[in-house]
Design a protein around this ligand. Structure first.
Ligand code: GLC
Length: 717
């Protein structure tokens, strides 16, 4: 294969190729549509060989069985790939966080099965950003990230509205979301934004605000679907539907189309219409607010919006003038825009904020002028297309007047309709988007060496099908009798490899092994995952070293760390080429998260690992014990679910998470509390090696290879 292979990651919502259920719920909307169209548009380009849109597999009687299908072709060379991770049922995006490490593991497996490493990984939204960062880091391919909507902006908005910080955290898991976004930007070579404003006002809220790595490429639209009305009026189904509501269906249509979300501010539009007699007389109002069955049974947020809508219709007595159909399909949408255009109507987007506003472009492409909130997206679009007016979304009176004026001047209306058609072709066609996109991708791909998942070293790892990996201090060592028993059990298993993952350096790890009579492990991960050695003459995996040094600037980091109170460097023997280690005074040092923030603000990127309430390690963002293990697994063909890993402190977190079978021994340090309740992490009662043995039994790891992953259930609820 010679063309580009692009992997798009889009985690949440329900994504299918035919008749995507846009607006079905809060997680299936503009972004879903964007990634589907991007996938198709990219696949249609001659330089692109294959596009995988990687998402979540959902097997749930409440949703279409297609969402359970592992692969769906959506165009020539473009596929939706659905990976099973976490519980099978549909989950809203706020519930997916504990399962994302598993998604990264499943994605890696998919890539192994396809036999080709993508040239670029493009993540969409925070959840995919997290998965993408792990995957890109592991494979050594560039990551592109598109935020779509940003956690810090959402947090700011909610705080402005007076919502309590704890409530925001509880309802939206906002801290995880923001950290995922920061992690994506640590790793991403490029961030794609839709508007200038998004870069300047929203991304600037992040520690990782480095505008030189950001480009503005507005999304494109599918011009084969959205176009102006042609020929005589057809009895399309949605028109019949509207006619059920409207007394004078021939009047101009004021069209609004969005999810039933409070932020979309449909309510003010209804007020603007209801309180403006001239407008009420002149035009009909058509509100398309998602699909619904029974309002009373919908989720709370949509239920509230729709209830308010129904009550306002009654309050302003809008019967016969307003249509608010229960159902519409994706195919109805272009028809709706055309109907409104034909009626000499207007499209209104009254959202409280609008970072982009794809519907505005669709309206413009249909020859329908627009009236929209004065915010980043509409501002850019109306500046490019010169086809409408900007409004203050909070001022119902002015909104009504603006709509009335847009409808009243026929000549201007025609100019706007024409300008919109032209402007969209020039600025918002997918073709142009894809050209700009590929230009950026070629620059990234050209400058990087690709990871090769090849086997060069001779090791026993080729012949094992399972692996037990333990930390040394606190997991293997601590109780002599426990250690002996563990070694005896492992020694009798031919097909089970044994590895060590430690914060120590090789020399000190070997000493501990010798002093305690531990048999030589098949692999040694040392320096908190920054070095990998194989048993044979302790040969080092140099590829790993080369691979992890991405964005690693030890000199600058060392200088920056000098400014931080309460930390001092550990002795020289503890420092590695890719690990800077400090001793921490917990009373005077800042929290590790604040150290990360400080470094990011200097455009320095490191994972900061806190262990035993006393040590602080700085590692390259691609390195950790967990990433090292996955790299090894990919290289030697051992899947994470075939690995049992045991540890007791902060530097073990990454290897305990995800699809590996995690065991936290009884003598754990406080930092591991964060893992409580996570899937596939077993908290043993017994300390030291006894705890590892307990974990082995818990998972039934050695008995005949029938591994049980009963830890799954814990986090699944
Ligand atoms: C080991 C290492 C030390 C590191 C610590 C935590 O004790 O020797 O350098 O800081 O593990 O990872």
């Amino acid at each position: 294969m010679s063309g580009l292979y692009i992997a798009l990651i889009h985690v949440h919502g329900l994504t299918r190729g035919t008749a995507p259920e846009l607006g079905r719920d809060a997680d299936t909307g503009g972004q879903t549509k964007y990634v589907l169209e991007l996938a198709r548009a990219l696949a249609g380009h001659p330089d692109v060989e294959r596009v995988d849109l990687i998402t979540r597999q959902v097997i749930d009687p409440k949703v279409d069985p297609i969402y359970g299908q592992p692969i769906e072709s959506i165009a020539e060379n473009a596929y939706i790939v659905r990976l099973p991770f976490g519980p099978r049922r549909y989950l809203r995006k706020e519930k997916l966080w504990p399962h994302l490490d598993s998604m990264a593991d499943k994605a890696l497996k998919h890539i192994r099965e396809t036999g080709r490493v993508p040239d670029v990984i493009h993540s969409h939204y925070a959840d995919a950003g997290y998965v993408g960062a792990r995957l890109a880091g592991l494979l050594g391919v560039p990551q592109i990230h598109t935020g779509h909507s940003l956690g810090r902006e959402k947090q700011r908005r909610l705080l402005d509205q007076g919502v309590d910080a704890h409530v925001i955290q509880k309802q939206y898991n906002i801290h995880l979301r923001i950290e995922a976004e920061e992690a994506a930007m640590d790793s991403a070579s490029l961030v794609i934004a839709s508007t200038r404003q998004e870069v300047e006002n929203q991304y600037s809220l992040y520690d990782n605000y480095h505008p030189r790595r950001m480009v503005v490429i507005p999304p494109g639209i599918d011009l084969s679907r959205f176009g102006p009305p042609r020929g005589p009026l057809q009895p399309v189904p949605i028109r019949c539907e509207l006619n059920r509501f409207l007394r004078h269906p021939g009047k101009p249509i004021i069209l609004a189309l969005s999810r039933a979300d409070e932020r979309k501010n449909i309510r003010t539009l209804v007020r603007a219409y209801g309180e403006n007699a001239a407008l009420r007389d002149m035009a009909n109002l058509v509100i398309i607010a998602g699909n619904r069955e029974v309002v009373g049974e919908m989720e709370r947020a949509s239920r509230q919006v729709l209830t308010a809508l129904l009550m306002d219709i009654d309050r302003y007595d809008l019967y016969g003038r307003i249509a608010y159909p229960k159902h519409h399909t994706a195919d109805d949408v272009p028809e709706l825009f055309r109907l409104a255009a034909r009626s000499h109507g207007v499209f209104v987007n009254p959202a409280l904020t609008e970072p982009f506003g794809l519907t505005l472009i669709e309206a413009s492409a249909s020859g329908l002028p627009v009236v929209a909130t004065e915010d980043g997206g509409p501002r850019d679009i109306i500046a490019n297309c010169r086809n409408g007016l900007l409004i203050d979304p909070l001022d119902a009176g002015a909104m009504g007047e603006a709509i009335l004026s847009a409808l009243s001047d026929r000549r201007r209306w025609r100019d706007w309709a024409r300008n919109g058609l032209r402007g969209v072709r020039r600025h918002y066609a997918w073709q142009g988007h894809v050209e700009n996109y590929l230009k950026a991708v070629r620059r990234l791909v050209g400058s990087r060496h690709r990871a090769r998942l090849v086997r060069r070293t001779k090791t026993r790892l080729l012949t094992v099908d399972r692996l037990v990996v333990c930390d040394i201090d606190g997991a293997l060592l601590g109780d002599r009798e426990g250690l002996n028993q563990l070694m005896e059990r492992l020694g009798s298993e031919d097909r089970v490899g044994f590895g060590i993952a430690t914060g120590r350096r090789l020399k000190s790890a070997l000493k501990a092994i010798r002093d305690n009579g531990i048999p030589m492990p098949d692999l040694l991960i040392t320096g908190v995952g920054t070095e990998i050695f194989y048993r044979k003459q302790h040969s080092e995996d140099r590829e790993w070293q080369r691979h992890i040094c991405y964005r690693w600037e030890p000199e600058r980091l060392r200088r920056a760390m000098k400014e931080i109170p309460g930390v001092r460097m550990q002795p020289k023997e503890e420092q590695c080429p890719c690990k800077l280690s400090y001793l921490v005074d917990p009373d005077t040092a800042p929290r590790p998260a604040d150290v990360v923030r400080y470094l990011r603000s200097l455009d320095l990127h490191a994972s900061v690992v806190y262990s035993h309430q006393a040590y602080l390690d700085l590692l390259p963002i691609r390195a950790s014990k967990g990433q090292a293990l996955r790299y090894l697994g990919a290289k030697w063909g051992i899947a994470p679910e075939q690995m049992l890993v045991a540890g007791n402190s902060g530097n073990d977190v990454e290897m305990l998470r995800g699809d590996t079978l995690g065991v936290v021994v009884g003598n754990r340090s406080r930092e591991l509390r964060q893992l409580e309740g996570e899937p596939r992490i077993y908290f043993a009662e017994a300390p030291y090696a006894w705890g590892v043995l307990e974990g082995i039994d818990h998972y039934n790891f050695l008995a005949g290879g029938q591994v049980s992953s009963s830890g799954d259930e814990k986090g699944a609820a």
